[in-house]
Design a protein around this ligand. Structure first.
Ligand code: AMP
Length: 110
């Protein structure tokens, strides 16, 4: 079982921001910005690449609720999902990073 499935099953603790029947948002254990949370579907999908569009649509609504709860809508945020080896994905369970709380900086070009 992957680490995020263990979080969903409460085998590993997490600091929850928001939860419903299908999705969970929790604080990243190793924040890369002042505010860094992760949003996951409770059902396991390896990455964005395989998520059914209907679930992605529901997840979009959930992310909007997270943004509202965190109070970051006005100042903005960065929403990222890494996919596979070249995308830099470490945990093979679809997750969106929300980075906020400060200017997160430009996407650096090579
Ligand atoms: P990625 O590289 O896109 O797969 O990102 C994985 C993220 O999961 C990293 O930012 C990690 O810090 C985070 N992470 C790994 N284990 C945990 C955990 N137990 N609780 C919270 N965040 C975690």
């Amino acid at each position: 079982m992957c680490i995020f499935c263990k979080i969903v099953n409460k085998e590993i603790p997490n600091k929850t921001v928001l939860e419903d029947d299908d999705f969970l948002c929790f604080y990243d254990i190793n924040p890369s910005r002042k505010l860094h949370v992760l949003v996951i579907p409770k059902e396991h999908y390896d990455s964005f690449d395989v998520i059914p569009p209907k679930i992605m649509s529901d997840m979009t609504s959930f992310i909007h609720k997270v943004v509202s709860k965190l109070g970051i809508k006005e100042d903005g945020y960065r929403l990222i999902t890494n996919i596979g080896k070249d995308g830099g994905q470490e945990v093979p369970h679809l997750h969106f990073h929300i980075l906020a709380g400060e200017y997160v900086g430009p996407l650096v070009s090579k």
